[in-house]
Design a protein around this ligand. Structure first.
Ligand code: ZN
Length: 312
């Protein structure tokens, strides 16, 4: 009954080209898949990650050119955090100054140096200096020197009115453990090694509810090794927490169920299988527009509707 951590984070962006440029050219992530929103095929769905699109490294976006800005508030993923080597914070601070990226002064959280910043849509992000990462593989094609490059997610923070029922699901269903408190933040950690093992629950009463829009996280996905592990988590959610998940959806690169956790954040449980190399080789991930079989017959129409992109 364990999840090794985050599988992906999915957010809403404004114009597609600006989103693509920021995450590939500025942050140095790889575009590992260019597809469409399966439920709204007139919209791109971008997946950014490491070389292979490994679980725990994948940040995905639905870019809507005319999306109104979201509003931060209760019941949402407040900040999405990436891991970088400890010595990389100075490099990134300089890079953000040079490129005019909105950022705060580096500070300490739970003993680690953290550089908080925002993407062009105002999405809250942070780089977390993490010891022992230099040997870990980073995407070498992103234009960021290897010793400074992003190594997948650190984790996310959730802004909640009350944290107890969310915490119970993290510990009981996903196998996280309480790992400390700082100010109004309670930290939970998966016992796996690798990226995306941290969930911070930030308790904040009296705020307005979040409003979804550009710069908002739509949902976060937890990893399940396979369908069986996913079904076991879903059964435990129903039995011990009164939470029903949706029917399983085939997302081509993983299979997913969804539920809204008691604090209001949309959670997904996504399988590690089959992965992003199911429809194109790792060497050329992200080069072509990929469509699920069900939409392939509409390819001409879909391509004509999507905005043209200059791929870096
Ligand atoms: Zn998802």
């Amino acid at each position: 009954m364990l999840s090794p951590g985050l599988h992906h984070v999915t957010a809403i962006a404004g114009p597609a080209q600006r989103n693509l440029d920021f995450y590939t050219r500025l942050l140095g992530l790889r575009l590992v898949k260019k597809t469409v929103n399966f439920d709204d095929p007139g919209t791109y769905h971008f997946y950014f990650g490491d070389e292979a699109g490994s679980p725990g490294t994948i940040l995905t976006f639905f870019p809507w050119p005319h999306a109104a800005p979201g509003r931060s508030g209760i019941g949402e993923t407040f900040e999405t955090q990436f891991r970088v080597p400890e010595a990389a914070i100075g490099y990134w601070t300089h890079r953000f100054v040079t490129h005019g990226v909105a950022h705060e002064a580096p500070g300490k959280r739970f003993g680690q140096t953290v550089l908080a910043f925002k993407d062009p849509d105002g999405m809250r992000l942070a780089l977390v200096g993490t010891p022992g990462l230099v040997g870990d593989k980073a995407w070498p094609g992103g234009g960021v020197p290897d010793e400074f490059a992003i190594r997948g997610f650190h984790g996310v923070s959730l802004l909640l009115e009350k944290t107890d029922r969310t915490a119970a699901i993290l510990t009981d269903v996903f196998g996280y453990a309480h790992a400390g408190d700082e100010d109004s933040v309670a930290r939970y950690r998966s016992n796996a090694s690798g990226p995306g093992t941290i969930i911070d629950l930030r308790q904040a009463g009296g705020f307005l509810p979040a409003r979804l829009g550009a710069g908002s996280v739509h949902h976060i996905a937890f990893r399940a090794k396979d369908d069986e592990a996913q079904a076991a988590m879903a059964a435990k959610l129903a039995r011990d927490h009164g939470m029903r998940v949706t029917e399983q959806k085939d997302r081509n690169y993983f299979r997913s169920v969804y539920f809204r956790e008691p604090g209001g954040v949309l959670f997904e449980i996504a399988t590690d299988v089959p992965g992003f190399s199911v429809d194109e080789p790792i060497a050329s991930l992200g080069h072509q527009l990929k469509l699920p079989k069900s939409l392939e017959s509409l390819r001409g129409e879909i391509e004509a509707r999507l905005p043209a992109l200059a791929i870096p």
